[in-house]
Write a protein that binds this ligand. Structure first.
Ligand code: SR1
Ligand code: MG
Length: 398
């Protein structure tokens, strides 16, 4: 029996032994359903059609038998899903069982949801998205800071969630390669060679700011962050959303997660604008960028005083200073996300789709310019309106 067939057989045995969601007397069916870069995702189904999902983390990155990757990521993901479940009132898939021996998380199959990325590919819009994701972000990020959480528990959890291999990927792909191209894997339109040299590789002012952001990413143990929060990590339907896939999770700056959401929506906005997608869809993405920032500010301001546990932090001036720091990080990490997806090796669906577009060189320039502006002017990005001005400036100028 080959390795994959043996794994499938072992997974079915694990599901039968450790869970009671499916009918164990049935001949259970198993199929691979994931298309991610890192792990293997299987759906296991019984005869009545009931199903669950098994996420298997191999000790090699998906599709490689030479590039090792610690299975600690799976252990961390399991703990994060449990913690986020409690913090977010169930806005993550339910975990049924975790097997450390097999590096498998057995979890809920989100039947009534679509992956947001796939819904967006079909031009679908969701009015509740901005408010719901902002609430999830506040609940899972602000509530895991020292301002809210028991400080001893926070330190203990932060230590346990050190995610060396996955952080190394982000440190390299987000904060180093787009500005250095050490690995020679960066990818952008040939017409932009000089532009990339000037704006990225030879841009010492920007590189210094990105170095500061990289150092913050590595050393600011502020919140229990998801670490890879884009439209491919969110399930959605007309009622609510569920966030999944936190294998890049660790204790880092909360603006990284919020900035990833904002940055990935900015990429979607710019690409769909140039593709000439339906205006209702383009406008929804544009409004979402602005609303996510404003909704986060709103939920923060509404809950801060009640949630914070220490008198020293319970002042209006500290509340504002702390928020200003988060807002600057949101802009900066939105900027690094936009730049790395535009010129780096790990593209995203919406950018892949426009690789042959006649305006691809312009689209790349607009995105890099927006990213650069957000990083360099992060202290001024204190509201949704500020994002509106940046988007209008760069999308109209081209
Ligand atoms: C090798 S992993 C490449 C990228 O895919 C993941 O989803 C992360 O965004 C990572 O940077
Ligand atoms: Mg992922």
């Amino acid at each position: 029996m080959n390795k994959t067939d043996q794994l499938k057989k072992d997974i079915i045995a694990l599901v039968k032994k450790e869970t009671d969601v499916l009918n164990s007397n049935d001949d259970l069916q198993i199929e691979e359903v994931g298309d991610g870069n890192v792990n293997y995702i299987y759906r296991v189904t019984d005869k009545s059609g009931k199903s669950l999902i098994v996420k298997f983390a191999d000790s090699f990155i998906r599709g490689s038998d030479t590039r090792e990757l610690s299975t600690k990521r799976n252990e961390i993901e399991y703990e994060i899903l449990l913690r986020q479940d409690g913090l977010s009132n169930g806005a993550v898939p339910k975990v049924y069982h975790y097997s450390k021996d097999m590096s498998c998380i057995i979890m809920e199959d989100m039947h009534d949801y679509k992956v947001l990325r796939e819904a967006m590919m079909n031009g679908e819009t969701f009015d509740h998205f901005a408010k719901d994701i902002a609430t999830f972000l506040y609940n899972t990020l602000f509530k895991t800071t020292d301002l809210v959480m028991d400080v001893a528990e926070k330190k203990e959890v932060a230590g346990r969630l050190v995610n060396i291999d996955m952080c190394e990927i982000s440190e390299r792909l987000v904060f180093t390669e787009p500005y250095m191209n050490n690995q020679g894997l960066n990818k952008y339109h040939a017409d932009n060679t000089d532009f990339v040299l000037e704006h990225l590789y030879n841009n010492d002012a920007l590189k210094t700011e990105v170095a500061i952001l990289k150092n913050r990413f590595m050393n600011n143990t502020q919140s229990m962050i998801h670490g890879d929060l884009h439209a491919g990590s969110i399930f959605i339907n007309d009622k609510d959303l569920q966030v999944f896939d936190p294998e890049f999770s660790f204790y880092g700056p909360m603006g990284y997660d919020i900035g990833n959401v904002v940055g990935s929506f900015i990429i979607s906005y710019v690409t769909s604008y140039y593709e000439g997608k339906e205006s209702s869809y383009v406008n929804w993405i544009y409004d979402s960028v602005i609303s996510v920032v404003d909704a986060f500010i709103e939920v923060y301001n509404a809950n801060y005083m009640e949630d914070v546990n220490t008198h020293m932090f319970k002042t209006e001036s500290f509340k504002k200073t702390y928020l200003d720091g988060i807002l600057a990080d949101i802009a900066a990490y939105a900027g690094t996300e936009i730049i790395r997806r535009t010129v780096g090796v790990a593209k995203v669906w919406d950018l892949e789709r426009v690789q042959d577009h006649k305006d691809i060189a312009h689209i790349e320039k607009a995105l890099v310019s927006i990213g650069e502006t957000l990083i360099l002017n992060r202290a001024t990005m204190t509201s949704g309106q500020a994002y509106k001005e940046v988007l209008e400036r760069f999308v109209k100028e081209i």
